[in-house]
Design a protein around this ligand. Structure first.
Ligand SMILES: O=C(O)c1cc(=O)[nH]c(=O)n1[C@@H]1O[C@H](COP(=O)(O)O)[C@@H](O)[C@H]1O
Length: 296
């Protein structure tokens, strides 16, 4: 099987947009058309399945947020697995947002659970937190190398408090830059023939200057860029860390969850076809806006 980075970049090129649809189920925002998500996980399953049916037309990548499924207990976990299977079956790349991070021996369990085949999740890529140290990433890198998968590492996150730790100065440079530098060996290990690496760097769209600087430190890492849409970052900010290649569409994926899952028009939908149209419009608009931002 070809390397994860090559599959990802090829899929993004085919869709002609770096849009990654985030699947974040919020019980109070899933429309009643699907049932009551506060009481019944089948409403979450139906909602997620419909989102994937629409997302596969507009985006190459799906990012299920595992914590928001785990809040429903074992049924939530099973639902996330079923939706992962559905998305992969439909040809989408699944980037499981699990934000794992623990000592190496424990991380082996997390790596098998997320990237491993059944009974694991068999996701294409998983988000991990490197702030316990590089040894904690090793199990994920080993599985990724063996199974042509990816590992998305938090480097400069999108949240308001990202700078609390990540901006602290170490030897004249912020921590996030040091983390980016530390990841160079891992980046080389997951490199594909395209020259891109399946060691993805999470770089928040809300901090475009940092994303640009991180690109200099990590020239070969595909970026996973959250923060576009609901967190206020523009499409131009979201692609700040991308690089200019002939088609201008290279550098990673930009995720959007709430803005495409719960747009105002979808909340007002009276029936399923109105809801589908509203979601399709929101995803098409995000895909087009990001495509245009890449071309600039
Ligand atoms: O790893 C992530 O996906 C992530 C990293 C980060 O720095 N910031 C961030 O918002 N995320 C995730 O990206 C999604 C953002 O959702 P929206 O703000 O609704 O688009 C959530 O699932 C977050 O958990």
């Amino acid at each position: 099987m070809s390397a994860y980075a090559d599959r990802l970049i090829e899929a993004v090129r085919r869709k002609d947009t770096p849009l990654c649809v985030g699947l974040d189920p919020f019980t109070d925002r899933i429309p009643a058309l699907f049932g009551d998500a506060r009481e019944d996980t089948s409403a979450v399953l139906k909602f997620g399945a419909s989102i994937i049916e629409i997302a596969q037309q507009h985006a190459a990548v799906l990012k299920p947020q595992l914590g928001l499924f785990e809040q429903f207990g074992e049924m939530g976990y099973a639902t996330a697995r079923l939706l992962t299977e559905q998305a992969r079956g439909a040809g989408m790349i699944v980037l499981l947002d699990a934000k794992r991070g623990d000592i190496g021996t424990t991380a082996e369990g997390y790596a098998r659970a997320t990237l491993g085949p059944k009974p694991g999740f068999d996701a294409d890529c998983v988000t991990v937190n490197p702030y316990m140290g590089l040894d904690t990433l090793e199990p994920f890198l080993s599985v990724a190398e063996r199974a042509s998968k990816g590992v998305a590492v938090l480097v400069r996150t999108s949240n308001p408090g990202a700078g609390d730790v990540q901006d602290l100065q170490v030897g004249g440079a912020p921590v996030w830059r040091r983390v980016g530098e530390m990841l160079s060996g891992a980046t080389q290990r997951l490199k594909g023939v395209s020259g891109w690496s399946g060691l993805m760097a999470v770089a928040g769209a809300t901090y475009p200057e940092e994303a640009r600087a991180l690109r200099e430190v990590m020239p070969d890492a595909l970026f996973l860029v959250p923060g576009y849409g609901a967190q206020g970052a523009s499409a131009a900010d979201a692609v700040a860390g991308f690089v200019t290649k002939p088609k201008g569409l290279e550098g990673g994926v930009v995720s959007s969850s709430r803005a495409v899952l719960y747009p105002q028009a979808a909340q007002a939908a009276k029936n399923m076809s109105e809801w589908r149209a509203a979601i399709g419009d929101a995803m098409a608009a995000a895909a087009a806006e990001l495509r245009a931002a890449c071309a600039r």
